[in-house]
Design a protein around this ligand. Structure first.
Ligand code: ACM
Length: 674
């Protein structure tokens, strides 16, 4: 069903994701110390847990203490929760997650078919709570809401850098805030085997540096997720990305060992040998363990980036390909996948894999996760498979929230039939961790993942990026409230980066400067730091820098508006633009001088500040030329544009987003002459 959003008074709507229907009605419901909660319909431990957590967040925000929820005595309660039934024991694809919320000046009523639906409604209530001079209150509203897609995921790579259990729990809390419902854990890769195997303990013992989740810890995590309505899908990546398996079991490889845990990034050669029966014996036993451990219906087998080098170099494998009519390495991988799919099915699971697994020989029950483009998703659903979209949702590329937001698993121009479209289950935001540690993970995921969460939850018609950003700023506060460290950690990291070298005024300037720049994504980092390994500290200025600069985004909007204005030299907008550029130029020059006078990585960061000062100077010149209608020479313009597009690699990996609107000013100054 394609629903469109009915949002009246949308400027008053603080919610993210935006609900299907939001109507602001008259008045408000005061929230005072007498606020009370009653459960009228179905009640259980999961609902009680969610209510107590929600109440605690209300208490921490307001400073008040509220009575604990009561069951069956709804008459006078301020919030009545009416849930029809429990929902599935473990969260399940496609279960009813809808809820309806009715807030009047007398009472709030939350109705849902299942406990997961009620939990979504509670998160909505938490986003509605606000204060003014008269105190705390909920605005009177009528909300009817349900997700657009049943599969709204976040993939976490816990292999390249280790992610402690508590950090994952924090992400689960954040996911619940924005109604994401699948945590996909990428548990094995060349750089680490992160889950305990009881049948083949050398997998985690030799492949993890001791950094793995025990099965008991994983059970605890799965329960923590389920308590928040979130499924946990394990990914065991085969037959490539498998170096960590081969440290303890070198006989499974396609070339002789020995093997060591990989410390660098990229596509590695070590690959399981699809012609070796011992490989299937081990996978059978290990997948059996995983199938018993993870209650979810799906098991992700990875399947990505098999470079075939070990297969090409092994004559026995090439003979196997010829003898079995498999044509080439892709055929060999399809043979392997068919065998693995039978094992996955034997253990009662559905097979999910990256789009490389797509092959006409595989059964239609598989689910394909498209990461290399959208075409594979369309091919998969046309073949009768189900599919997820991750292309366009790679958080580690550090694109702006609006960029991810513009990607839709089922855009309006989609040529899929309604039946094919129904097989698009949703999508996943992906957080690969080559360039993120426990300390930086939150700031690389949040709050931008919330924009993707809205794409997966809200009707397709919800597309206004400005309105998304308005609500994203509020969502960021809510995400901090549940313990995420996307604001807190970068601030502490910057203090460590500066050390004793910068006195407080210089430190404050560096901190202000950092709000104007952005960290380069995976490609810029690879260019900038080719020698990095798993043990290189990720504690540089780039790691303290935001993924997206709100200030630069707002400046770009102001520049666009000004370019379409009269551009009067004395107009307030012109004066504001000049004042802004002058202030930033002074700030950036001070920072450049301060960093440049230091040593080591502080000095390395100086060119970024110098480049920013340069961009501001050029911007001022362009504004003045445009305002006074003085033409700028082509040579001048071309030289400035070339300099402004200096890549992030030249600035210790930092992007200068302000250089983009400055480039627009410069280009406009050129065309203004004609
Ligand atoms: C992938 O990004 N290799 C799935």
């Amino acid at each position: 069903m394609q629903v469109s959003s009915v949002v009246s008074n949308s400027s008053a709507c603080p919610l993210l994701p935006l609900p299907v229907e939001f109507v602001r009605t008259a008045g408000q419901l005061p929230v005072t110390t007498t606020f009370s909660v009653a459960v009228m319909g179905h009640d259980d431990a999961r609902l009680q847990g969610a209510l107590v957590r929600a109440l605690r967040r209300w208490e921490e925000r307001t400073g008040m203490v509220f009575a604990r929820p009561r069951t069956g005595v709804g008459g006078k309660a301020t919030l009545v929760v009416d849930c029809t039934g429990p929902g599935h024991a473990w969260p399940t694809v496609g279960e009813d997650e809808s809820y309806a919320l009715d807030v009047t000046p007398e009472r709030a009523t939350l109705r849902a078919a299942t406990v997961p639906g009620a939990m979504h409604g509670l998160e909505t209530l938490l986003q509605l709570l606000r204060a003014d001079a008269e105190g705390w209150h909920l605005p009177a509203v009528t909300i009817n809401d349900q997700p657009r897609f049943p599969w709204r995921g976040l993939m976490l790579d816990v292999c390249r850098h280790w992610v402690p259990l508590e950090t994952i729990k924090r992400q689960l809390d954040g996911m619940a805030v924005v109604k994401l419902n699948v945590l996909h854990l990428h548990l094995t890769d060349d750089q680490g085997f992160r889950i305990e195997s009881r049948t083949h303990p050398r997998l985690h013992e030799c492949g993890s540096d001791g950094l793995f989740y025990t099965q008991d810890q994983m059970r605890e995590l799965i329960a923590y997720a389920a308590a928040r309505g979130i499924r946990v899908v394990p990914e065991i990546d085969v037959p490539g990305h498998a170096t960590s398996w081969l440290v303890g079991y070198p006989e499974l490889a396609s070339q002789p060992g020995p093997y060591a845990i990989e410390r660098r990034w990229g596509i590695c050669d070590p690959t399981l040998d699809p012609t070796n029966e011992k490989v299937y014996t081990l996978i059978d036993a290990f997948f059996g363990e995983m199938a018993a451990l993870f209650p979810d219906a799906y098991l992700h087998i990875g399947g990505d980036e098999v470079n075939g080098k070990q297969w090409n170099a092994n004559p026995r494998l090439q003979e196997f390909i010829a003898a079995h009519g498999l044509k080439n390495n892709a055929g060999l991988q399809a043979y392997f996948n068919r065998r693995v799919q039978q094992l996955v099915a034997k253990h009662g699971k559905k097979m999910l894999g990256w789009d490389e697994i797509l092959h006409p020989d595989l059964p239609r029950e598989i689910c394909v996760q498209s990461w290399r483009g959208v075409d594979s998703m369309a091919t998969a659903v046309r073949l009768g498979c189900t599919a997820l979209l991750s292309c366009g949702y790679y958080l580690d590329h550090l694109q702006p929230a609006s960029w991810y937001y513009a990607n839709d698993p089922l855009p309006e121009k989609s040529t899929l039939t309604p039946e094919e479209a129904r097989r698009v289950l949703g999508g996943e935001a992906c957080m690969w961790s080559e360039w993120a540690t426990d300390e930086t993970l939150d700031s690389r995921i949040w709050p931008r993942a919330a924009a993707i969460a809205e794409r997966f939850w809200s009707p397709r018609s919800v597309t206004d990026p400005d309105d998304m950003y308005r609500r994203l700023a509020k969502a960021s506060r809510r995400l901090e409230e549940v313990g995420l460290r996307h604001v807190k950690n970068p601030a502490a990291m910057l203090r460590r980066f500066a050390g004793e070298a910068l006195l407080p005024p210089a430190f404050a300037r560096l901190s202000a400067f950092l709000e104007l720049v952005e960290a380069g994504g995976i490609y810029e980092r690879e260019q900038h730091t080719r020698t990095n390994t798993q043990s290189t500290p990720l504690t540089g200025l780039i790691d303290c820098a935001p993924a997206e600069s709100d200030i630069a985004r707002k400046f770009a909007a102001a520049v666009r508006a000004w370019l379409f204005s009269e551009r009067d030299p004395a107009a307030p907008a012109t004066l504001e633009l000049c004042a802004q550029l002058e202030a930033w130029r002074e700030l950036a020059q001070d920072v450049a001088d301060g960093l440049g006078a230091n040593f080591g990585r502080l000095r390395e960061a100086a060119p970024a500040a110098q480049a920013m000062a340069y961009a501001c100077t050029v911007g001022l010149e362009a504004v003045q030329a445009l305002a006074s209608r003085q033409p700028l020479a082509d040579d001048w313009v071309n030289a400035r544009l070339a300099h402004l597009s200096t890549p992030a690699q030249a600035h210790a990996g930092l992007r200068l987003p302000v250089a983009v609107p400055v480039g627009m000013l410069v280009a406009a100054a050129k065309s203004a002459r004609r």
